[in-house]
Design a protein around this ligand. Structure first.
Ligand code: SF4
Length: 416
């Protein structure tokens, strides 16, 4: 397989997605087998991370767990997350993503870390190291997110190793505890993953008639469609006589009024995955045509939205839902002032706004940066999400977090 050529614009040979610029050879960084992330000068603190992800049913209700310990076996951090109804492989990748996120946060307190991550899934380890090609699009995106995160945070040096299940028993127990906790309480809704509710068909939402379901396929970002997708949607709607087809506020298409037994065949015929339409995560990135197709456009709103969608949608659980709106000029056709994170284009770059909200308690967002590039805007979204994760109470939207802590305090955290 071809080696990666960072910056060449070629797709990643391991994931077939956009180049992340990290310099990998089929998933392994050039020059250092078995680890990811750039080398960090000076002393690294070594930590051991046990991860596990598992589903009851494959696919079925699933959870991910991460346990970070020091060299003497003292637990430094532990985290579990319910994922909804997904496969074992998806759950294992979710655990690896969670581990990377947690390690990045820990570097702020502990400094640079060398993390020896231990998983009992040969499949995950071989996919990560590039021995197995990842075919599933959602997993390709997960792999890309992990690599990009490590490339952006050289303070985390990560080695992923396979260990037998008995050496990963604590993480396995944590997964089962999380599943027991959620399933016993009859929860299971609100997951960021496809098919978050345990007892409904995959990726479907029960409608107000309590009989039929809606599905919302994940389409190309920002509602840009091609002929093949439109044709496939039309064929499925016609064949299954779906009574309502609705363009949603998230620039997606909802197919409404489906019988439960038809949900799975519809997904198979569509060949698409469910979009995250509920749950505490990045729901969507909205964008206007910008310079691609609007005479007022001053920046490429669709291009920035595509990058953000790849990086952030489904990236992991937050305190509440999170919406992003990108507008190509100050007319703000995508309501950037009213999104958790918004940006609108001016001749010299993006103006970035955070903490906007619509709904019952609307709030105009606060400007945190002006005249920034695409890359700087992407960095600001990621940092905003990290600070939001640190400061928000469970269920609290970003607008309310900023109201509570104050915009100046929030901005100070962004700059740390
Ligand atoms: S925000 Fe500006 S660029 Fe985007 S659609 Fe509206 S007028 Fe056009």
């Amino acid at each position: 397989m071809d080696p990666c050529r960072p910056g060449s614009g070629h797709p990643c040979p391991a994931t077939a997605l956009r180049c992340c610029g990290a310099g990998y050879r089929v998933g392994v960084p050039v020059g250092r087998a078995g680890a990811t992330g750039r080398a960090v000068k000076g002393q690294l603190r070594q930590v051991y991370v046990n991860i596990d992800g598992g589903s009851r049913g494959n696919p079925g209700p699933a959870a991910a767990a991460v346990i970070v310990s020091d060299g003497e076996g003292r637990v430094l951090a532990e985290q579990t997350r319910y994922l909804g109804r997904v496969t074992n492989n998806v759950a294992e990748w979710a655990a690896l993503e969670d581990a990377v996120e947690l390690l990045v946060r820990m570097t702020r307190e502990h400094g640079p870390l060398h993390a020896v991550v231990r998983a009992d899934s040969q499949l995950l380890v071989r996919q990560f190291n590039g021995e197995y090609r990842i075919k599933n699009r959602a997993l390709q995106r997960a792999a890309l997110r992990v690599r990009e995160k490590l490339a952006q945070h050289p303070a985390v040096r990560l080695t992923l190793r396979y260990v037998p299940r008995e050496e990963n028993a604590a993480a396995d127990r944590a997964v089962n505890r999380e599943l027991d906790r959620v399933l016993k309480r009859g929860e299971g809704e609100g997951s960021c993953m496809p098919g978050g509710k345990v007892d409904v068909p995959r990726g479907a939402f029960l409608q107000r008639d309590r009989v039929t379901y809606a599905v919302v396929p994940r389409l190309a970002p920002a509602g840009v469609l091609d002929v093949a997708t439109l044709r496939r949607l039309a064929d499925v709607v016609e064949k299954h006589r779906i009574p309502v087809v609705k363009i949603t506020s998230a620039q997606r298409i909802a197919l409404v009024g489906i019988k439960p037994e038809e949900v799975e065949p519809i997904w198979e015929e569509l060949g698409m995955e469910p979009a995250p339409a509920v749950g505490p995560c990045v729901h969507y990135v909205q964008a206007c045509p910008g310079t691609v197709a609007c005479r007022y456009g001053q920046q490429d709103a669709l291009g920035l939205a595509r990058c953000l969608d790849e990086k952030l949608v489904w990236r992991g659980e937050l305190a509440s839902k999170f919406k992003i709106g990108i507008s190509g000029c100050p007319f703000n056709c995508c309501d950037s002032w009213l999104r958790d994170f918004g940006a609108f284009g001016k001749s010299r770059g993006w103006t970035v706004v955070i903490g906007g909200a619509g709904g019952a308690r609307p709030r105009i967002g606060d400007v945190i940066a002006e005249n920034v590039s695409d890359d700087e805007a992407i960095g600001l979204v990621e940092r905003t999400i990290d600070v939001y994760k640190e400061l928000a109470k469970k269920g609290e939207r970003l607008a309310r977090t900023i109201d509570r802590v104050g915009i100046e305090a929030f901005k100070a955290r962004l700059e740390r």
